[in-house]
Design a protein around this ligand. Structure first.
Ligand code: MG
Length: 211
């Protein structure tokens, strides 16, 4: 059984991660309305990542026999300015993760500290990505052609990573599939960042209106 305060904070964070997903879906909807499919895609991928974070924490609590309480997910503020609010939100989430880490540290809950290590690193990446997007918008966003190019850039999928087959040593692409978050034997998330997450939302088929 985990420390009570740590358990409660992690449970709260499950809800906050789902809210983050909701917020980024709101931003994605905004950009769909603006006709910027790349930005819409980028925020949809962010939403998926946030949902994955929630699922990781939920799984961790379940693995440690902590009952999980699911709360209502708050309605995102439609007036927020997507990119700036995105950075501010990530900075806020970083502070939340750090607060849980601090509680785990005080409780000498080394298992949870190890679990949270990945999230500490992930938040650094999230803030960097949000900052980069703001910088790019400042550089190119005021010019229609620049904005178009930037939107195209955010729409393009990354090439599949290539590994070698351990048996034949042949090069083979690794499909960038949606990966359900999982914990390894030590309770750590086993995928290590966005390299496994497609930038192009795979279920998104803008041309196929039949669904
Ligand atoms: Mg998150």
């Amino acid at each position: 059984m985990l420390n009570e305060k740590v358990s409660q904070l992690l449970n709260d964070q499950v809800n906050k991660e789902f809210y983050s997903a909701y917020l980024y879906l709101q931003f994605s909807n905004f950009y769909v309305e603006q006709g910027l499919a790349g930005f819409a895609n980028w925020y949809k991928v962010q939403a998926q990542e946030e949902r994955d974070h929630a699922m990781l924490m939920l799984q961790y609590l379940q693995n440690n026999d902590v009952p999980v309480t699911l709360e209502a997910v708050a309605k995102p503020d439609a007036e927020l300015k997507a990119n700036m609010a995105g950075l501010a939100h990530e900075q806020y989430v970083t502070s939340l993760i750090h607060a849980i880490y601090e509680a785990a540290y005080e409780a000498r809950d080394f298992r949870t500290m190890q679990f949270l290590d990945w999230f500490v690193k992930e938040q650094g990446e999230e803030e960097t990505n949000a900052t980069d997007l703001i910088k790019k918008m400042e550089l190119f966003g005021s010019d229609p052609k620049g904005l178009y190019m930037l939107d195209q850039d955010l729409c393009r999928p990354l090439p599949d990573p290539v590994t070698r087959d351990p048996a034949t040593h042949a090069r083979r692409p690794v499909r960038r599939a949606f990966l359900l978050p999982a914990l390894d034997g030590g309770g750590r998330p086993w995928y290590t960042g966005r390299s496994l997450i497609p930038r192009r939302f795979p279920d998104e088929r803008p041309a196929d209106r039949g669904g």
